[in-house]
Write a new protein. Sequence first.
Length: 384
Amino acid sequence: MFADRTNWDLTANPLSEALAEHKKLAKPLFDLTASNPTECGFEYDAGRILQSLASPEALSYRPDPKGLELSRRAVAKYYAEHDVTLDSEDVLLTTSTSEAYSFVFRLLCNPSDEVLAPVPSYPLFDFLADIQDVRLSPYPLLYDHNWQIDFYALERLITPRTRAVIVVHLNNPTGHFTKRDEMETLNTICSKHSLALIADEVFLDFSRDDKPSSFAANRNVLTFTLSGLSKIAGLPQLKAAWLVASGPAEIKTQAVARLEIIADTYLSMNAPVQLAMPSLLAERGYFQRQVAARIQKNLDELDRQLARQKSCSRLIVEGGWYAILRVPAAQTDEETAIKALKENGVYVHPGNFYGFPGGGFLVVSLITREDEFACGVARLLSSI
């Protein structure tokens, strides 16, 4: 009765089962996986946000496949602050980056065509690819004092059915961002093999030191840059995102025209959120400053606790919302996480959840409330 594309294994994994049992018993839980900014104690200007959603213009229906012009201009202004000159006609609004991925996959891929995606990374691409009848081929990121793309392995994965390369910039959870020389190498490889680039930039604003360049400025190969309000403004519930097309003029024009038809088929954006986007984007700094301060405090606390023992360390954090702990690999990462949950009430993600090779990795969220983070880390380290 059901399509093959949804033939997933829906049984709960042991960690999920352990978490459900822990909650059922109402035991104290120190959650070091927090990813929902609206539940992490950040302040929002509720009055301004709600006022921006109450425009009388929302009572009129003016469908535009790309999204309202004033909203697309606001996105172009956002990129201008990242030193990118952008034509609002090259912007298409979507309800999420997941929807943006689906549009791009539909544009580029026939059934069973391939897209290359990085590992480690957030385990969303597999489902997005399955739903669109696309095959996903993982290419490795390597860590040697910092993260870098394994270009040799990436190019060896390319087949006649490969259509695009996904770059997560900044990566979730590694925090790695693509350096300029890596961008040039990606452009060379994609040009050589007639591939498109798909750049996920939802964490672009959360680098720690250097300011990464946006792929929206890329003109060398056909490029689709994805982002939205979920991360950069901390407003995942408003369901507003976008994709930006760039690249050689002729192929970019064709891509935008085809994407417009795909978007026109769904017209999924709603008027109140679109009308609010200029205000919401303009106010993102208030949220981002809070996140930066929280991340720094939690990193300082993590380093303080790690310095008091010798069995664990952390990898370099270039940006993003997460830190990766290097822990003894005496058992699987999932077993380590289950042990921490059952014995100390700490919930943490094992490295295999994100595709880390081998064992010995745990991932903790740096936007967790500070008191919970400090207690959770102490309990986690005591269980290792």
